[in-house]
Design a protein around this ligand. Structure first.
Ligand code: VG1
Ligand code: CO
Length: 542
């Protein structure tokens, strides 16, 4: 039996989980005691862990293996009976959620900074997911943070590192470490939801696709599911080998960072369908040939076509979207006669709705789509849902989305990010917006119906979350939303979300930047973006 050591420590400031866990530079996490303090705070905040099972894995980025060895030794010292680790320390975020649920474990620890770059000088992250499979709600993350501020010691066993690369069970200080195949349970779950026979037939009769794994965690998942189980030709998965630094890339599936994919989907002779996923496999971008589907539209289209997928044959209970996501999914919910929910940004807010059976599909404008099959957004799930719809409808992505707009109207939408701005300037900008009396004011052709700082009361557990983003809503339903990112590790990132409803089909194909130009100008003026941040243009437009 390995010796349990109690190590004294002192608190680090700033161990406060953001939109999705604690994210910091690797060099911050690699400091002595930094990770240990946070992990002990988690174990101290989630109830009695003695005899329990924990799921553990990450997106394979730099520092993943080191952190896993530390967490295993701490789990053993804290009395867990068993930890299930994905082979090689790998588990995509949705796969971790699936495994937590399937084996009814006492939650899991996921190591990821998601779409942020990886490598010795880049980002790392950690979060705890609850036994329902989803990210810990604010009450728990706040308790964890409070614990980090007073922590005086942590427990760890002194033992050799565990072999993470061979499947099977081994022992660590009296605790069982079970190294399992990170893909198998997830692939099986996907097969239970989608019409694999129809998708296989579509590939066999010539449907062509490219999936860009961006050298991140979905490589092995996509290769197994798309190429092996569904028969897509070898080479369908691009950048499929996970690398610790994502090949120096920024594993964020959008038009800027997934440039290999965008190029592959452009021009005559391009494949019919393209998709990409992020660092930890929970995001997705959907493309047709020469056609980009916004995440908000993707959620709406999938919801409208859900019954084509066997797992959703009986229809949806409701659709939930984050506040800055466009209202396109609400239009589908209205037509289906089911509730539409509007939550703050971050997947943790969907958990209660899904658990209570109030929603089946959820989505965020930030390339997140998912359903009640897990409690995380799920990149490959969205890709397979699209493949299922394409296989059944036998139409192009562009035709399906255009027909959707014709039926429902189009919520023209764009997000402008100003990354790496001065944190104090960003706070000042938000404070300035918070105080503006805008109701009834005319801004260009638009009249302000109301403006507020979005506050949310969870309809299931009654918990209240304030300051979730500033909304300026106009009388015709157009909106501008301002938020500061809660996932970055340097300075601040201002996100500006712009939306306008366009009922007229003859105007549906106008470029969103053109269609939204007036609102974009209003947003820049109102927030005094240039004067306050020194930026004339956003860093990333999606
Ligand atoms: C961003 C997105 C948010 C998403 C979060 C985690 O948060 O806007 O919608 O849930 O990332 O996604 P923020 O606070 O930076 O706007 V992931 O794929 O990074 O776990
Ligand atoms: Co992610």
């Amino acid at each position: 039996m390995a010796a349990v050591k109690t190590v004294s420590t002192t608190p680090f400031s700033g161990q406060k989980p953001g939109t999705s866990g604690l994210r910091k530079k690797v060099k911050v996490f690699a400091q002595p005691h930094y990770l240990e303090n946070f992990v002990q705070a988690v174990f101290d905040s989630i109830g009695d862990v003695a005899g329990k099972t924990l799921v553990l894995g990450g997106d394979g980025r730099y520092h993943n293996r080191t952190a896993i060895q530390t967490i295993l030794k701490m789990a053993a010292a804290n009395g867990f009976a068993r930890v299930m680790v994905g082979r090689g320390g790998i588990l995509s975020t949705p796969a971790a959620s699936a495994v937590i649920r399937k084996y009814k474990t006492f939650g899991g620890i996921i190591l990821s900074a998601s779409h942020n770059p990886g490598g010795p000088l880049e980002d790392f992250g950690i979060k705890y997911n609850i036994p329902a499979g989803g990210p810990a709600p604010e009450a728990i993350t706040e308790a964890i943070h409070a614990r980090t501020e007073v922590i005086g010691a942590y427990r760890i066993v002194e033992a050799a590192d565990v072999d993470l690369d061979t499947l099977g069970t081994r022992s660590l200080g009296g605790m069982e470490v079970q190294v399992f195949d990170p893909v198998a349970d997830y692939a099986e779950l996907m097969e239970s939801l989608f019409d694999f026979a129809a998708i296989r037939a579509a590939f066999a009769s010539g449907l062509r696709m490219k999936f860009d794994a961006m050298h991140a965690v979905t490589g092995p998942y996509a290769t197994e599911i798309l190429e092996r189980r569904l028969g897509a030709p070898a080479g369908t998965v691009m950048n499929g080998v996970p690398l610790e630094d994502f090949g120096h890339g920024h594993p964020d599936p959008n038009l800027v960072h997934a440039h290999d994919l965008v190029e592959a989907l452009t021009g005559e002779g391009a494949p019919d369908f393209g998709a990409a996923s992020d660092g930890d496999g929970d995001r997705n971008m959907i493309l047709g040939r020469d056609f980009y589907v916004t995440p908000s539209d993707s959620l709406a289209v999938l919801a409208a076509n859900a019954t084509l997928c066997p797992g959703y044959r009986n229809g949806l209970k409701g659709i939930a979207r984050s506040m800055p996501t466009s209202a396109a999914p609400d239009r589908v919910a209205a037509k289906l006669g089911i509730p539409a929910w509007e939550t703050p940004t971050g997947w943790k807010f969907f958990g209660t709705l899904l658990d209570a059976g109030l929603a089946t599909f959820c989505g965020e404008e930030s390339f997140g789509t998912g359903s009640d099959h897990v409690r995380e957004k799920d990149g490959l799930w969205a890709v397979l849902a699209w493949l299922n719809v394409l296989a059944v409808r036998k139409q192009s992505v562009a035709d399906i989305v255009t027909a959707h707009w014709t039926e429902y109207g189009r919520n023209v939408y764009s997000r402008h990010d100003y990354e790496g701005i001065d944190a104090a300037a960003a706070e000042g900008l938000m404070e300035h917006l918070r105080g503006l009396p805008l109701k009834g004011r005319k801004l260009g052709a638009y009249t302000v119906a109301f403006n507020d700082d979005f506050a949310y009361t969870d309809p299931v557990d009654g918990s209240v979350s304030k300051k979730q983003g500033i909304r300026v809503v106009f009388e015709d339903g157009s909106r501008i939303v301002f938020r500061l990112s809660g996932t970055g590790t340097e300075g601040a990132t201002l996100r500006v979300y712009i939306e306008r409803f366009e009922p007229d089909p003859t105007r549906h194909h106008i470029d969103p930047q053109t269609a939204l130009a007036d609102l974009i100008a209003i947003a820049r003026d109102l927030a005094e973006i240039e004067a306050r941040t020194g930026r004339q243009e956003p860093t990333v437009i999606t």
